[in-house]
Design a protein around this ligand. Structure first.
Ligand SMILES: [Zn+2]
Length: 223
């Protein structure tokens, strides 16, 4: 079993740490022998393997963007490759791919976040109004949020919030999330009546829930 780093300090015992990128770091007392360290590692072989497996699974489920040429980015359910342009005049533009100006490469995450937020505002708000009309349920306010764990929410005061990351999903999936929150304006729970109404408006809602389950963890910039 490979030890990536040994850090010796004035501690009394040996401790094993698995870093988020799966490396094994041993924290050891100043005078611990190589044998003592090796023995501690051997004794915790199973635990180390399990932890390393866990971090690698987390990394595949939450990949952080690296902003390299060709890296794919989601928008409305499609993946577009990143192109880094030395001559682009705008920080970020979408055509057949995402064209990012080289000048803003060091703050790419901020530039992308701003872009997605703007798109979310332009796509989601009109969809809410469009879907609300036939229902006659109108939210007090529509917010675009930075929520990381929820796609949408409905407050007791009738504010509907949607995560900007949602604009990475296909339009029918976005519509389902909007319908879900609109129905919450009247039914503040997940009762049968609630789901019956969701089904009436979006008959294939289960398919959209499944899409979010499969791809939701990819709809992110920072893992
Ligand atoms: Zn709900």
């Amino acid at each position: 079993m490979n030890i990536d780093q040994i850090i010796r300090t004035r501690r009394k015992t040996i401790a094993l740490v698995i870093t988020p990128d799966g490396k094994l770091v041993v924290r050891a007392p100043l005078y611990a022998t190589d044998n003592q360290i090796r023995e501690a590692v051997d004794r915790h072989r199973e635990w180390i393997r399990a932890k390393q497996h866990e971090t690698s699974q987390y990394r595949t489920q939450h990949p952080s963007k690296t902003y390299q040429e060709g890296e794919p980015f989601w928008y409305l359910g499609q993946l577009y490759p990143l192109k880094i342009s030395p001559t682009a005049r705008t920080p970020l533009k979408l055509s057949d791919g995402f064209i990012l100006s080289q000048k803003v490469l060091t703050k790419a995450e901020t530039v992308f976040t701003t872009w997605y937020r703007t798109q979310a505002q332009q796509v989601i708000v009109p969809r809410v109004l469009h879907l609300a009309a036939p229902l006659g349920y109108y939210p007090e306010r529509i917010r675009i949020s930075s929520a990381r764990t929820r796609w949408g929410s409905c407050s007791a005061r009738g504010t509907l919030s949607f995560a900007w990351r949602l604009v990475m999903a296909p339009l029918p999936v976005i519509d389902y999330v909007i319908v879900h929150e609109l129905v919450h304006l009247v039914h503040h729970n997940h009762s049968r009546v609630f789901w019956d109404q969701v089904r009436q408006i979006t008959p294939d809602y289960k398919q959209h829930i499944a899409w979010l389950k499969s791809y939701g963890s990819q709809l992110t910039l920072s893992g």
